[in-house]
Design a protein around this ligand. Structure first.
Ligand code: NDP
Length: 228
């Protein structure tokens, strides 16, 4: 994938709805070959209806992800978007998360990407871009108010995962973490300022401009730097 170009083959992990599904829709509208994952039949049907190759993956379960490399054998993705995420319970800061809430959020947002990436190593085209959907709430140095709590901790941990992946794959891929904006999805809610179409249009423009010098960066959807 050259700078300012469309990718030719995209993988979106966690694409049943929201930002993930809109990424599939917009890339498909431009004729890009898209493989995308969902964890239930409804999600798989939504992806198939858009003309994507649909794979069933629950990123929170090791056994579900373990067959991914086999399922994508022979693919050469030049863009991978690791999008699956959950907010978890709407806790206030200093509320103690329940054990199951902690497990769900961490298994999805942190361990999910740690399960997915090793499955992709033989399916990355040379110079591939690998994007992790993070959040402004992950930012520690730039944090002005305490919001997010468990979710914020999970996305900060995801940023650490992204950084390590960026170092491990530096000779073959460009990896970033990206904040999509505050977006009108089930997670973002109806009061969010950005429509999902606006966020994804901006994200795609940023993905198209990524180059090796961006490896390991934390960016906003519009490509501006996000403080760590
Ligand atoms: P949604 O809640 O609308 O969608 C979340 C997606 O993640 C769904 O497709 C969901 O699938 C999938 N998912 C959740 N858990 C799993 C799992 N265990 N295995 C596979 N897929 C899973 O969220 P958004 O589209 O808003 O968010 C997309 C990403 O952007 C997330 O990582 C989120 O944290 C991040 N983000 C969003 C912001 C916003 O304002 N919306 C702001 C900052 C970051 P299913 O339908 O099966 O549940």
């Amino acid at each position: 994938m050259t700078t300012h170009s469309l990718p030719s083959s995209v993988l979106v992990v966690g694409a049943s709805r929201g930002i993930g599904l809109e990424l599939v829709r917009q890339y498909r509208d431009e004729g890009v070959r898209v493989t995308a994952t969902a964890r239930d039949t409804t999600g798989l049907q939504a992806l198939t209806a858009l003309g994507a190759q649909a794979l069933r993956i629950d990123v929170a379960k090791t056994a579900s992800v373990s067959g991914l490399a086999w399922q994508i054998d022979g693919e050469a993705f030049d863009l991978v978007v690791v999008n699956a995420g959950v907010y978890g319970p709407r806790l206030r800061t200093l509320d103690t998360p329940g054990d199951l809430d902690f497990d769900q959020v961490m298994h999805t947002n942190v361990l999910g990407p740690m399960r997915v990436i090793p499955q992709l190593l033989d399916a990355l085209a040379p110079g591939a871009r690998v994007v992790f959907l993070s959040s402004v709430m992950a930012s520690i140095g730039g944090r002005q108010q305490s919001t997010g709590w468990l979710y914020a901790a999970s996305k900060a941990a995801l940023n650490s995962v992204m950084k390590d992946v960026s170092l491990a794959l530096a000779d073959r891929a460009t990896c970033i973490a990206v904040h999509p904006g505050w977006v009108q999805t089930a997670m973002g809610g109806p009061q969010a300022p950005l429509s999902v179409e606006e966020s994804v249009t901006s994200l795609r423009s940023t993905f198209a401009r990524l180059g090796p010098s961006d490896n390991g960066r934390f960016l906003n959807h519009d490509g501006t730097p996000q403080p760590w």
